[in-house]
Design a protein around this ligand. Structure first.
Ligand code: ATP
Ligand code: MG
Length: 357
C-alpha cells in the first residue's frame, strides 16, 4: 500500500537539503520498489510569512495523517525578534507536541572516511555507533511550576521543575530496549539518581521494566556526569544510551561532536507504534550559507533513511541509503563543511550514484 511522506522544508538551508532527499525518494520509487507519495507544506518562518503562524492547524493535521514527516530546519535572524508564538521554533515545539513524539533517537555514527575530523584520535572513534534515546516531551523543559518571580529588593527567583511519571519513563525505556534488541543488546541508562528524586524513579522504573519484560537486555546504570566523561574517554563502550530530556540534550550534542560533522547527523522522534515519526537533521537552518547551494544534504538524506526504517517499513532501503552515503564519502565526495568543494546538488548526485551501484 502507498505510504505518505510529508516534507516540511522550512527555512534557511532546509529547502535545499530536503530537495535532495526528495530526489532520493523519487529514485527509490522508480528503481527500488518503494511506494511512497510525497507532499509538501510550509513550516516555520516560511509559514509565518505566508500564513501568519509557524504551524497552521491544516499542516499539523496533514502531519498526523501521514506515515512520516521529514523536516528541513526552521528559524533565521529575520524572525528572531518576534514574540515567542510568532517564532519558527514555537512551530517546532507545537509539531512535536501535536504528534506526541516522546522518544528522540539520535545516532552518533562515525563514518570511516571522516574519522580524522573528530576531536578524538581516529582509533577512539572509527566504527563508533551509539544510539541515544532521549525522552523528548517531559522533564525539566516542561515541568510545572516554572517562571521568574520578583522577591522584592531587586531579588528575583527563576524556577523550573523536573517531573517524570513512571509511565513516561517506561514508554521511552521500552523504545530503547526494543532498539537494543536489534543491535548488541546493551542499554546504558543515564541519570542523577544520587541527587534527584526523578532520577531515582527513572533508575527504578527502567530496571523494573527490564526485569519484567526484557530479561535478555544487558542494562547498566550510569550517573550522567560520569557518562559525559566516559563519552570523551572511551565512547566505543556504549551501544544504546537511554536518558531524559535535559541530559539527553547535552550528552547527544557532546557525542555528535565526536563524529566530525554537524552536516552528517540525522534524528528521529517517535511516538506510539503506528503513529507517524518526525525526522530531521540535527543541524539548524544555517543562515550563513543559506541559498548558496553549499549545504551538506547528508543529514537530511540519513534522516530519510531513519524514516524508511522506523515509519515506512523499508529497513532494507534504509540500510542501502546509509551504505550509499558511506560509499560516496569513501569515493571522496565532500561538501565544504567536511573539507571538500562539492555543492548540495553534487553531493546528492554522489549519493545517488553510489545507490545506483
Ligand atoms: P539553530 O539554532 O537553528 O540550531 P545553530 O546555531 O545550532 O542553529 P546551525 O544552523 O546548525 O547553527 O549551523 C551551525 C554552523 O554549522 C553554521 O556555520 C552552518 O553554516 C554550519 N552548518 C550547519 N548545517 C550545515 C550543513 N548541512 N552543511 C554545511 N554546513 C552546515
Ligand atoms: Mg542548534
Amino acid at each position: 500500500m502507498t505510504k505518505t511522506l510529508l516534507l516540511l522544508p522550512g527555512d534557511g538551508i532546509g529547502p535545499e537539503v530536503t530537495a535532495q532527499s526528495r530526489r532520493l525518494v523519487g529514485w527509490l520509487n522508480a528503481n527500488a520498489g518503494l511506494d511512497v507519495s510525497v507532499c509538501e507544506a510550509r513550516f516555520g518562518g516560511a509559514a509565518i510569512d505566508a500564513d501568519g503562524v509557524p504551524l497552521t492547524p491544516e499542516t499539523l493535521a496533514l502531519a498526523k495523517a501521514s506515515d512520516a514527516v521529514l523536516m528541513g530546519a526552521v528559524g533565521g535572524p529575520q524572525w528572531a525578534k518576534q514574540s515567542y508564538d510568532k517564532r519558527p521554533e514555537a512551530g517546532l515545539l507545537a509539531l512535536r507536541a501535536g504528534m506526541e513524539v516522546f522518544a528522540n533517537l539520535r545516532p552518533a555514527l562515525c563514518f570511516a572516511a571522516l574519522a580524522d575530523a573528530s576531536s578524538l584520535k581516529r582509533e577512539f572513534v572509527e566504527g563508533l555507533d551509539i544510539m541515544f534515546v532521549r525522552e523528548l516531551t517531559g522533564g525539566v523543559y516542561f515541568g510545572e511550576p516554572r517562571g521568574i518571580s520578583d522577591l522584592g529588593n531587586g531579588e528575583r527567583r527563576g524556577v523550573n521543575t523536573q517531573v517524570y511519571t513512571s509511565s513516561e519513563i517506561r514508554r521511552v525505556a521500552r523504545v530503547a530496549f526494543e532498539l537494543a534488541a536489534k543491535r548488541t543488546g546493551r542499554v546504558c541508562s543515564a541519570e542523577k539518581s544520587n541527587v534527584m528524586e526523578s532520577g531515582l524513579l527513572w533508575r527504578e522504573e527502567v530496571q523494573a521494566l527490564r526485569d519484567a519484560e526484557y530479561p535478555h537486555i544487558d542494562l547498566s546504570h550510569m550517573l550522567a556526569d560520569n557518562t559525559a566523561m566516559q563519552l570523551v574517554k572511551y565512547p566505543k563502550q556504549f551501544d544504546v544510551i537511554l536518558t531524559d530530556n535535559l541530559f539527553g540534550d547535552i550528552l547527544s550534542d557532546e557525542a555528535a561532536m565526536l563524529t566530525g560533522s554537524l552536516g552528517m547527523l540525522p534524528s528521529a522522534a517517535l511516538g506510539v507504534k503506528g503513529m507517524p515519526g518526525l525526522y530531521e537533521p540535527i543541524h539548524g537552518s544555517a543562515p550563513d550559507i543559506a541559498g548558496k547551494g553549499l549545504a551538506n544534504p547528508c543529514a537530511s538524506i540519513l534522516s530519510l533513511a531513519l524514516a524508511l526504517r522506523y515509519s515506512l517499513d523499508r529497513g532494507d532501503l534504509a540500510d542501502r541509503v546509509e551504505k550509499a552515503v558511506a560509499t560516496a564519502l569513501d569515493r571522496g565526495a565532500r561538501t565544504g563543511d567536511i573539507g571538500g568543494t562539492l555543492g548540495t546538488v553534487a553531493m546528492g548526485d554522489a549519493v545517488l550514484a553510489a545507490l545506483a551501484g
